[in-house]
Design a protein around this ligand. Structure first.
Ligand code: SF4
Length: 245
């Protein structure tokens, strides 16, 4: 394995962008695993998952292409119980290498330091403490991070590239970038994969319990996330486009 990881990102983006579609994304996963995972005692690459219905094609592909890939799950302490059940069901079925990470701050400290319902008064701070900080910690020492973000999800994601690199050198890889919501559902049905238990109840995009609503009447699956505010992203995927600007 080339420990210097020298590659031309612009050239790879031109090559990979057409591959971020059903039937092709596995080629990007194969490249990523060969580059950063295969042969290392501890993989220098990981993916992250929120374990919702739209996560399942990427998890299924990983289980087939690179089953040893660490799958980071940030246990914020605010998840729906159904999400934890779904995570465990997928782990058993797909034999995923799930790594559970907890925030540095405990729920008791959160309450003591910031009072009740920080998620309502300052969701950005709550997301930073409970999602962004643990994710940053989980990525220390890694060289690459695979995320299932898609261009059709938010404005911020529309302009993302397949490969994006931070000044630290960490490479973020988006093999599902040009999949659509329809592609996700088609793939799930073709492979007879289960949906999140709350999917049929209108929870098309699921995060933490206090910040997620069902969206039966909306065309935007993410309309139920932080529905009472303008917030649309937890922050995990925001700085990457700022680096690009
Ligand atoms: S989604 Fe809500 S509860 Fe979860 S970390 Fe963010 S603000 Fe806090």
């Amino acid at each position: 394995m080339d420990q210097n990881f020298s590659f031309d990102i612009a050239q790879l983006n031109a090559r990979f962008d057409p591959l971020t579609v059903p039937g092709k994304s596995e080629e990007i996963l194969t490249w990523a695993w060969e580059m950063f995972g295969d042969g290392a005692d501890i993989p220098l690459i990981a993916t992250s998952s929120s374990f919702q219905t739209q996560s399942i094609p990427l998890l299924h592909l990983i289980s087939q292409v690179c089953p040893q890939m660490p799958v980071i799950f940030i246990d914020t302490g605010f998840h729906f119980p159904e999400t934890l059940t779904y995570r465990d069901e997928l782990q058993a079925r797909l034999k995923l290498n799930i790594v559970v990470i907890h925030p540095a701050i405990t729920q008791g400290e959160l309450l003591q330091r910031y009072g009740e319902a920080l998620y309502r008064r300052d969701p950005d701070l709550c997301c930073y403490l409970n999602k962004v900080e643990p994710m940053q910690r989980a990525l220390v020492g890694r060289r690459a991070w695979i995320s299932g973000v898609r261009r059709d999800q938010t404005e911020n994601r529309r302009t993302m590239d397949v490969l994006m690199q931070q000044p630290s050198g960490l490479l973020k890889i988006h093999p599902m970038l040009n999949w659509t919501q329809h592609d996700i559902e088609t793939y799930r049905q073709q492979h007879d994969l289960p949906a999140h238990p709350l999917y049929e109840k209108g929870y098309l995009s699921i995060g933490c319990l206090p910040c997620t609503r069902p969206v039966f009447l909306s065309l935007d699956p993410r309309a139920g996330r932080w529905a009472e505010s303008e917030k649309r992203e937890c922050g995990l995927h925001l700085d990457w486009n700022k680096e690009k600007e």
